[in-house]
Write a protein that binds this ligand. Structure first.
Ligand code: ATP
Ligand code: MG
Length: 383
């Protein structure tokens, strides 16, 4: 009976461990030499198999967070759990974490094969198994055939794939990548983004990825933590962050966005009326939760949700569409689209994008009527 109970309890304990997040930051803060906090009261969890991205502007604390997890920095306060164990104080080489940096940091005197084999040799993996594991990962990153090359004789993209293979070959529970594609040109970056995504899916490994490139984050991630000045502003899926940003910083950082300042003047049935500052123009905006009459708000509208024409609607769809007047500030060509910068109610730089073949016949200084649907997501309010 006792033996049965012991087995049951230990199985239950293992299940609990499996159920909990693989990585947990609890109340983590980091200040270097007593200076301002690089990371402040960070609480976040990363699930097994997840592709989790730390996104944010330069100096917002992304690398510091990764270094704390890798063990190259220690937190000032708080705890970090990996697979249920508090790893604060555990040296980096005992954390069993794969790391890829922006500058690949390969061993220049070793071949591609030896660079990738290095973590296996450090772990005493027998020769036969070592060869087969390196061979397999070379196939995954599509570098088979290049194994005997010196790393000084391969391209930047190939070097980054060697770094990726070296971080993955010992099958760590989590791989950290800090701007791994930052040094590459746009086209190569896009190719390797596809590759990282494919490798993540193929190996089902957990990846924590750092970038300040929002389109890279949207493309790669299951979830994104948006950093600002050492604090996480929002954690969400790419779709959630793009369509329902909670703050004007999030709305401005992810994708292009217009911000119009205004005041809530009335509301019913989850739709509020906002008077745009600087004029008498009123728009209708769906809102979650209770509206606060008289509140000063920022109304965000993505440029791609706005349609425009030089003339007013003949049949105004008062309950389905907003229509406001704007004046053209500039018209610019962007290859596959035109961009019109407008002034709405004295608020400048409100952008609209128009497909290449739908160029509007308006010039700078002329009036445009801008329309967008009154539906959630097309226009949203942030504080
Ligand atoms: N070793 C250090 N000593 C002192 N301050 C540091 C150190 N490392 C980082 N910082 C400071 O901590 C803050 C966060 O830096 P961090 O490197 O984490 O930013 P980041 O988000 O990775 O930025 P980037 O996108 O430019 O790489 C910055 O203000 C930076 O100057
Ligand atoms: Mg950094």
């Amino acid at each position: 009976m006792l033996a049965f109970q012991t087995i049951w309890i230990s199985e239950n304990f293992e299940k609990q461990l499996k159920d909990q997040a693989l990585v947990q930051f609890r109340g983590i803060s980091k200040s270097f030499d007593g200076a301002a906090y690089a990371v402040r009261d960070l609480n976040l969890s990363v699930e097994r198999g997840e592709f989790f991205t730390l996104l944010g502007p330069s100096g917002s604390g992304k690398t510091t967070t990764l270094m704390l997890l890798a063990g190259f920095e220690s937190p000032t306060t708080g705890e970090i759990f990996l697979d249920g164990k508090n790893i604060v104080g555990v040296p980096p080489y005992h954390r069993n974490i794969g790391v890829v940096f922006q500058h690949y940091a390969l061993f220049p005197h070793l071949s591609v094969f030896e660079n990738i084999a290095y973590p296996l040799r450090m772990r005493g993996v027998p020769r036969g198994e070592l060869s087969s594991r390196v061979g397999k990962i070379l196939e995954v990153v599509e570098l088979d055939g290049l194994e005997s090359r010196a790393t000084s004789e391969i391209s930047g993209g190939q070097a980054q794939r060697v770094a990726l293979a070296r971080a993955l070959v010992f099958e760590p529970p989590v791989v950290l990548m800090d701007e791994p594609l930052g040094a590459l040109d746009k086209r190569l970056r896009e190719t390797l983004q596809e590759e990282i995504r494919r490798v993540h899916r193929e190996l089902s490994t957990t990846v924590i990825y750092v970038t300040h490139d929002q389109s890279e984050a949207l493309f790669l991630s299951d979830r994104i933590a948006l950093f600002r000045e050492g604090v996480v502003e929002q954690i969400d899926s790419p779709n959630g962050l793009y369509c329902s940003p909670k703050t004007s910083f999030a709305a401005g950082f992810i994708g292009e966005n217009n911000s119009l300042e205004g005041k809530i003047v009335s509301g019913s049935n989850q739709v509020v009326q906002i008077k745009i500052h600087g004029s008498d123009q009123i728009v209708h905006v769906p809102i979650c939760g209770a509206h606060r009459h008289g509140a000063e708000v920022t109304l965000c509208i993505r440029p791609e949700y706005i349609t425009a024409s030089p003339s007013q609607s003949e049949s105004p769809q008062a309950h389905r569409e907003n229509e406001v007047r704007g004046y053209v500030q500039s018209v610019t060509f962007h290859g596959d689209h035109w961009r019109y910068c407008t002034v709405i109610s004295q608020q400048e730089n409100q952008r609209i994008t128009v497909p290449l073949r739908e160029k509007l016949s308006v010039k700078e200084g002329e009036m445009l009527f801008l329309r967008w649907e009154i539906s959630s997501g097309d226009g949203f309010v942030v504080d």
